[in-house]
Design a protein around this ligand. Structure first.
Ligand SMILES: CC(C)(COP(=O)(O)OP(=O)(O)OC[C@H]1O[C@@H](n2cnc3c(N)ncnc32)[C@H](O)[C@@H]1OP(=O)(O)O)[C@@H](O)C(=O)NCCC(=O)NCCS
Length: 282
């Protein structure tokens, strides 16, 4: 069995917001089961790495296989030498050999979209992102919570698919383990016509995924408002599928790039890109 001690050290050196506990959970539940591509120095220590996890994209009820790329990082002493660019090329070859239709990932911050573009990863999934003060959100969305209940992330795994299928959205279907690990510390709420998963991040009320059936956006926003009001959060961020864009016009232009994709040569890229990425590790 691989000893991940040195890889965890590299991870924590590069992703400074994460705690040792975060890294522990991530490696135990997800990264140890993913395909790891790595570069080593002369002492045999890892200096750059990335992980490829199986993920499907469901489109019109048809599921296709992709890789979701996570934890790409290079040791600070070795950056700017093309090491990550070379690992990204290896990731593409691995995808082709494993019959995956592509590789996608969420850049950790907006400037990184340019970095991935150099390796032919183009913006692909969008997200509707509402970002405002908690007070303003509560004022413009009357709090109301009707017959909703807290559920487990295991239950959310199926619930999200039901909602996404009901609005005919193409979407990323992660494994249960990935979804549960990415949602560590989150609470999923479900009602008949809507559901959402939220996390309290200091003063931020972060709704990592919010979904509803057709015509029920106001119920969804009212329920978020209701729970937000019970917290001390100053700001709220809500992430919704791009297909709900037209129902969110009161918030202005909410559509933003979310993740990037490289398609393998065998992929049919013709379908419309209104798909929903949803969860990511962030
Ligand atoms: C991003 C990262 C993986 C690049 O690794 P690397 O081995 O230095 O990459 P390369 O040498 O192939 O390419 C370096 C290029 O990336 C650019 N780059 C690095 N970090 C960047 C950032 N945050 N925003 C924009 N560009 C960035 C460099 O400016 C450089 O550009 P150049 O080729 O025009 O000189 C590395 O900086 C890193 O580990 N960062 C911290 C962890 C992280 O954010 N990972 C990405 C998760 S999505």
């Amino acid at each position: 069995m691989t000893d991940y001690t040195e890889y965890k050290k590299l991870y924590l050196l590069c992703f400074t917001d994460d705690t040792e506990e975060d890294a522990e959970l991530l490696f135990k539940n997800v990264l140890s089961k993913a395909k790891m591509l790595c570069e080593y120095n002369e002492k045999g220590l890892p200096i750059a790495m990335l992980f490829l996890m199986d993920a499907s994209i469901v489109n019109n009820g048809k599921s296709s296989d992709y890789y979701y790329l996570y934890a790409a990082c290079t040791h600070p002493d070795y950056r700017g030498k093309g090491i990550m660019a070379a690992l990204l090329e290896k990731a593409k070859q691995t995808a082709i050999q494993s019959n995956k239709l592509g590789v996608f990932l969420k850049p950790a911050n907006p400037p990184l979209f340019k970095f991935y573009a150099k390796s032919d990863f183009s913006p692909y999934f969008n997200v509707c992102k509402i970002n405002m003060s908690a007070d303003d959100f509560i004022k413009s969305n009357p709090p109301e919570l009707s017959k909703a209940e807290a559920i487990t992330m295991e239950e959310w795994y199926d619930t999200r698919k039901d909602f996404l299928n009901s609005i005919n959205s193409s979407y990323v279907d992660f494994s249960k383990e990935i979804l549960i690990t990415a949602a560590d510390g989150c609470t999923p709420i479900k009602a008949e016509d809507f559901g959402f998963v939220y996390e309290l991040r200091d003063s931020l009320f972060l709704v990592k995924e919010a979904l509803c059936t057709k015509g029920n956006i106001e119920k969804l926003l009212g329920a978020i408002s209701y729970i937000l009001k019970t917290t001390n959060c100053n700001t709220v961020e809500i992430r919704l599928p791009p297909l709900l864009k037209d129902q969110l016009t009161k918030f202005g232009d909410v559509l933003q790039p979310f993740s990037v994709m490289w398609f393998s040569p065998s992929a049919n890229q013709s379908y419309e890109n209104n798909g929903h990425h949803g969860f990511a590790f962030d």
